[in-house]
Write a protein that binds this ligand. Structure first.
Ligand code: CDP
Ligand code: MG
Length: 833
């Protein structure tokens, strides 16, 4: 239904809109007269390392000479002692035995699929075989091999490894390129890059001119970028008959890809792995004699369990865990329905004490060898890190080296993982599923697996997306286990019952089927791949048309696409940011409107998570701490921003711990937000919107202006709007998609009865007993008028209407002109950059 309200284009609102317009002009003037912004906005292109095609053209005159030089270089390196030692190692890899077969297949087929167990040498050897052969056959000058990696860290580690196998420095014939960081040169013939980097390169080089081979790695993971890339490659093949494509997979389901490419041949590399003994939770509890602690919060609000707890002295821990969900469980012979138990366990939190106990058990009772622990995210990793540091036995740094490994860690720290620890020190690596298949850590003999990974899921009907730990697939569990058997027989400790393992799905659902698609749709447009829906129908497993429709509508609503589905100036900028378009827009508008500092903080919390923690038994105090930060703003986002500022002060004054404790804030999350703010600033600087050397404060003239912050928030969060309607002494809330909604009890707005302004903008909604709006901010019409909704000229008065899910403003032409002018001004600003 649609709801019509009186538009309050009072003189007051008009004055404010005018005022905002003046301010934006002010900023515009500044940006052109002084060099507030980096010129051109296309800085990315010029600062990128020289692309391979470019280097080829500069060598064109003497191609033969160059090829000969490359061969001489290769030959001289081959003779070196370290390369010979490396060759002995390489020859033992299963992939090496397939060298000739592989090279023949590449020569004879345009597309080839290769599968083989992790560690068999796919990533380090296959691209290298091609490289060696091309150089050997004096085709070095014409050779340009690109190998994509789903993650930044693997691009670096693999390139570095191959360079050392070739006894070269990184950036000579082998290089890498990830967002904001690259090592390559005119010599570079084999480039490892993230899939995202290759996708961006396709914008400039749609035919990949100059590229001779593309290898797409870790294809079994079915990441959204990889699924996207293979559609493009399949379309490109007829136009580039000389291009060779190799898809590499760590699992056996290679046929799927082969079929997609018209039954292209498949090569399987038979692997060797040492046997791995496996233990499940039931065995582990017996071994470690670990007692599941009463605080173990398996299921929230579970009274039956609490009752059990009081008399739990001799109660079986496992059945207690199951007890909570009212499933009839007997410990020794599981009679529960597995589906139910999977769901129940999904909401259970991992007990870190058990992980710690398992690690200690291994260290005390088992032989040498590194331990690899799989956890779901940064929070668990850092908490466990603390626990181990505080453990009397494991805390001894002369005996144990504990290293975190997480995708969003700075790359410098990540590299520590690959340095061998000194002898007699046992390495304990705490990792996310990043260590599952793309990263090989030497010497791992023990794997401790929590059985879960963070996974996004998307409910297209309710437009709900969430990122939650959920059970991995059997294929992933197998991968994790396999990490233990690479150097000698190993042991895998699975912190879940066998019955859970048996109930795991065979493979994980591909990412393209379980995430919101707006970022992907934007990329389709920036690569000029035609109509979005038609293009996505060509995917290996096409996404739900409703998800596609939602994404396209959203992009239109935020102004990234116009009515004909073409990119707007804003859309073009958003394409250059590897971020959710809403978050990207908040940052762009924040920098343009000189409100960057709060925009960075709020965007960081949106992209990562809320730093406010919710202690079960001190909820009252936690709520009032949050309300204190909100002041009278009626905004969770302002609370967040104020809390972040206060944290920075406290940290500066050396009072971080006490401050976080008193205010129910997570120092880990705040630190992560701080890091993300830096990354965002780097990204904005990279596309020429700001100069990062000047820092966020240089773009923050209106950073304390609440109206301005709310306008920027609105720019970033639209179309997440709900309407506040007065119902007697209270307010009722209506959402455009789902009707009546409630404010989440943890929000600072939960207990406000009447709001000064008539709309709420929010970051996400969650569905439990009702649909709840999580973080919200009360905003005025004028912010909405500027950044959201369609403008419809009307002679019959003024109004804001919610139609087909989006806001429509109708007003007489002359009234709308003001808003149109303002939006036009913004467009001009964006166009100029
Ligand atoms: O790609 P795949 O999992 O098949 O194996 P790979 O990454 O090519 O690794 C092959 C072997 O090279 C591994 O078994 C490791 O022993 C070694 N390697 C290494 O020592 N350091 C690296 N950064 C990567 C691989
Ligand atoms: Mg690999």
């Amino acid at each position: 239904g649609s709801t019509q309200t009186e538009i309050k284009m009072s003189t007051e609102t008009e004055r404010r809109v005018e005022n905002l317009l003046d301010r934006s002009k002010d900023v515009a003037a500044k940006s052109s007269s002084t060099s507030t912004f980096v010129e051109g906005g296309k800085k990315t292109l010029t600062t990128l390392p020289i692309s391979i095609s470019e280097s080829i053209s500069s060598f064109n005159a003497s191609k033969e000479k160059f090829s000969a030089q490359l061969r001489d270089l290769q030959d001289s390196k081959k003779a070196s002692q370290s390369a010979r030692a490396m060759l002995a190692f390489r020859e033992r890899l299963p992939a090496y035995k397939m060298k000739d077969e592989f090279l023949t297949a590449v020569a004879e087929n345009q597309v080839l699929v290769v599968s083989g167990e992790t560690g068999c040498g796919k990533t380090t050897q296959l691209p290298q075989f091609i490289l060696e052969q091309e150089i050997e056959h004096l085709r070095g000058a014409d050779c340009s091999i690109i190998c994509t990696q789903p993650r930044r860290i693997s691009a670096i580690s693999v390139a570095t490894r191959i360079a050392s196998e070739r006894d070269e420095s990184i950036g000579e014939t082998v290089g890498y390129q990830i967002r904001l960081e690259a090592k390559s040169s005119k010599l570079t013939r084999l480039l490892f890059c993230t899939t995202g980097v290759l996708l961006r390169r396709l914008v400039q080089e749609p035919d990949l001119a100059g590229v001779s081979h593309v290898l797409v790695d870790e294809i079994h993971e079915r990441g959204i970028n990889e699924d996207f890339l293979i559609i493009i490659l399949r379309d490109l093949l007829p136009r580039r008959p000389d291009l060779r494509v190799v898809l590499m997979s760590a699992t056996l389901n290679a046929d799927l890809f082969s079929k997609y490419f018209g039954n292209s041949p498949v090569i399987h590399i038979p692997g060797f792995t040492f046997p791995v003994t496996e233990f499940f939770l039931e065995d582990i509890i017996e071994k470690t004699r670990y007692k599941i602690t009463p605080e173990f919060d398996n299921y929230q609000g579970n009274s039956r369990r609490r009752r059990m707890r009081q008399s739990s002295a001799k109660c079986d821990p496992l059945s207690e865990m199951f007890e909570g969900v009212d499933i009839d469980v007997q410990y020794k012979n599981y009679s529960i329905s597995t589906r139910q138990s999977l769901e129940a366990w999904s909401s259970a939190q991992l007990e870190l004490g058990l992980v710690e106990a398992t690690i200690e058990y291994i260290c005390r009772n088992e032989g040498d060898g590194a331990i690899l622990v799989f956890l779901t995210g940064w929070d668990e990793i850092s908490k466990l890190l603390e626990k181990i540091k505080g453990n009397i036995y494991l805390g001894d740094s002369n005996k144990f080296l504990v290293l975190p490994l997480h995708g969003s860690m700075p790359t410098v720290n990540q590299r520590e993982i690959f340095d061998r620890p000194p002898k007699n020190i046992r390495q304990i690596v705490l990792a996310t599923n990043i260590a599952e298949s793309s990263i090989t850590i030497d010497d791992v003999v023990y794997v401790v697996d929590c059985g879960k990974a963070k996974e996004t899921s998307y409910d297209a009907l309710n437009k709900l997306a969430c990122l939650l730990p959920s059970w991995i697939s059997k294929a992933s569990a197998h991968q994790r286990r396999g990490r233990a058997g690479r150097v000698q027989p190993g042991v895998c400790y699975r912190l879940y019952p066998k019955i859970i393992h048996d109930a795991m799905p065979q493979y994980q659902l591909p990412e393209i089927l379980r995430t919101p698609l707006q970022e992907l749709c934007l990329n389709i447009k920036s690569l000029q791949l035609g109509v979005i829906a038609a293009f996505l129908a060509k995917a290996l497993q096409p996404p739900d048309p409703l998800s596609v429709k939602n994404a396209v509508e959203l992009l239109k609503a935020i102004g990234a696409l116009d009515e004909t589905e073409e990119l707007t100036p804003l859309g073009r900028h958003l394409c250059t940011l590897p971020l959710d378009p809403n978050i990207g827009k908040m940052l762009l508008i924040g920098s343009i409107f000189q409100c960057l500092d709060p925009a960075l903080t709020i965007a960081a919390a949106l992209a990562h998570r809320d730093p406010f923690v919710l202690p079960i038994n001190r909820k009252e105090e936690a709520d009032s701490a949050k309300r204190f930060f909100a002041g009278d703003s009626c905004s969770d986002h302002i609370a967040l921003r104020n809390a972040f500022e206060a944290w920075k002060d406290a940290k500066h004054g050396g009072r971080e711990r006490a401050f976080c404790w008193e205010n129910f804030l997570s120092p880990i999350t705040l630190q992560m937000m701080e890091d993300m703010r830096k990354q965002f600033l780097d990204l904005l600087s990279d596309i020429g919107f700001v100069d990062k050397a000047k820092g966020a404060k240089a773009y923050n003239q209106y950073g304390d202006d609440m109206e301005m912050i709310c306008a920027v928030l609105c720019a970033g969060l639209y179309p997440n709007v709900i309407q506040c309607k007065r119902r007697g002494k209270r307010t009722a809330f209506y959402s455009k998609d789902v009707g009546k909604v409630d404010i989440h009890p943890s929000s600072v707005n939960a207990r406000v009865n009447l709001f000064p302004l008539s709309y709420m903008i929010y970051s996400d909604k969650v569905k439990s007993s009702s649909i709840y709006i999580r973080d919200s901010t009360n905003i005025s019409d004028y912010a909405l008028l500027l950044f959201g909704g369609n403008l419809t000229p009307s002679e019959s008065g003024e109004g804001i209407e919610m139609l087909d899910g989006y806001l429509h403003f109708s007003a007489p032409k002359n009234r709308l002109q003001l808003i149109q002018r303002l939006r036009g001004e913004l467009d001009k600003l964006l166009q100029r950059k």
